[in-house]
Design a protein around this ligand. Structure first.
Ligand code: PLP
Length: 405
């Protein structure tokens, strides 16, 4: 028989969301009258903004006309979109990126999980704990994570984030090749200040590490936290940045994102020589990626128009109002809450372990959230509520939690 990738057998399986779904199903079956409200979803609920829909439609019509039809697109994205990203997302921050440093993709999950193909097989990976599981799983599938035992991968370097350190990850305590950072953070909803991010950039420069920076939630920033790692001096040599239209503009079902890889970012080749990650990624995209459809890139470009940007900002304000409501209601009730200011996630400290708290909320309030333990060992004792729901339903869920006492 042919041999399969042995690393897949080491994966623990998607225990978290499967287990949540199982418990919700069971509760619904035994309490058919219960009106369950989910504050657990990590997906947007508001529709695409009108300016985006109109550009999308126009793109489709162009595809149906011989005079404006488009076949295969450019491997790295149409220039109209890359220009819109450069001028709309980076220029206002005072950050210069060149068009050939921007790679349009079908979303940030694919980029943050595919980038590891460019690392050596034995690269040592650091992740924050708790963490968005994709960084860990993609490296585990490539055999870089070691073995999974008792909730931990033996070869990963975990950077614990908790209330005690203000959810600011410590620097790695041993040599690592790559550090994954996500700010504003999923699941904690917290950010890093410029100075805190500078510490990581300085460390990466001194130790020759790469930072993979996931900025999927940058559009939710209301404080003065940096929107891009490139706002921090020196980051161009050591960081790649992944962005997405999913949470920014409601593209979870439309699919578009992009990655920035500055020309300066170099890893070490077999002979010790510097190798450009930008050149490697171009090679990879040319062979393995078919690009994003023309109408979708037109829709994404509309996000950067004044009208589109205003409509997206309005949707984000709606979600952030939910987050503010969750934050204030829970702290009134005496919970310790974090995040929710620059992110659609509120992270709270649970009075009991996170699965017990999940069960209490589900069975007594018919409210669904996400137990922190599902995001890593340091997530235990915490719980994630999301602000992507309907405003009235969110308020109703909070009233029920209040009634629990
Ligand atoms: C939602 C999310 C993304 C976005 O993924 P897409 O593939 O663009 O939909 C990326 N990173 C994190 C941490 C997320 O939560």
């Amino acid at each position: 028989m042919f041999k399969v990738n042995p690393h897949y057998a080491k994966l623990p399986g998607n225990y978290l969301f499967a287990e949540i779904a199982r418990r919700v199903r069971q509760h619904a079956a035994t309490h058919p009258e219960a009106d369950i409200i989910s504050l657990g979803i990590g997906d947007v609920t508001l529709p695409l903004p009108p300016a985006v829909v109109s550009a999308f439609e126009q793109g489709v019509r162009e595809m149906g006309d011989a005079k404006t039809f488009h076949g295969y697109g450019p491997d790295f994205g149409y220039d109209f979109l890359r220009q819109a990203i450069r001028d709309g997302d980076y220029a206002p921050l005072g950050v210069e990126v060149a068009l050939d440093e921007i790679f349009v993709s079908d979303g940030a999950k694919c980029d943050v999980s595919n980038i590891q193909e460019l690392f050596s097989d034995d690269a040592v990976i650091a992740v924050t704990d708790p963490v968005y599981p994709v960084y860990v799983d993609s490296n585990a599938m490539a055999g870089r994570a070691g073995v999974y035992d008792n909730g931990r991968w033996s070869r990963l370097c975990y950077l614990p984030c908790n209330a005690e350190n203000g959810f600011v990850p410590p620097l790695p305590d041993r040599p690592v090749d790559v550090i994954y950072l996500c700010y504003p953070n999923n699941p904690t909803g917290t950010t890093l200040s410029r100075a805190q991010l500078q510490t990581f950039v300085d460390y990466a420069r001194e130790h020759g590490c790469l930072i993979v920076y996931d900025a999927a939630y940058k559009a939710f920033i209301t404080s003065d936290a940096p929107h891009s790692i490139y706002e921090v001096p020196g980051a161009r040599e050591v960081a790649v940045e992944c962005c997405s239209y999913s949470k920014t503009a409601g593209f979870t079902g439309t699919r578009c994102g992009y990655m920035v890889i500055p020309r300066e970012v170099c890893g070490q080749g077999d002979g010790g020589q510097p190798v450009s990650l930008n050149a490697m990624w171009k090679r990879r995209m040319g062979s393995k990626f078919n690009g994003v459809s023309y109408p979708v890139q037109r829709a994404a470009a509309a996000v950067h128009t004044p009208q589109g940007a205003a409509q997206c900002a309005q949707n984000i304000r709606y979600y952030l109002q939910n987050a503010a409501l969750i934050r204030s209601a829970l702290s009134d009730m005496g919970y310790e809450v974090y995040g929710g200011v620059d992110a659609p996630y509120v992270w709270l400290k649970t009075p009991v372990d996170s699965w017990a708290f999940f069960d209490r909320l589900l069975t007594q309030a018919h409210v669904v959230g996400t137990p922190g333990a599902g995001f890593g060992p340091c997530g235990e004792g915490y719980f994630r509520l999301t602000a992507f729901g309907d405003h009235d339903r969110t308020a109703q869920a909070l009233q029920r939690i209040r009634n629990l006492g």
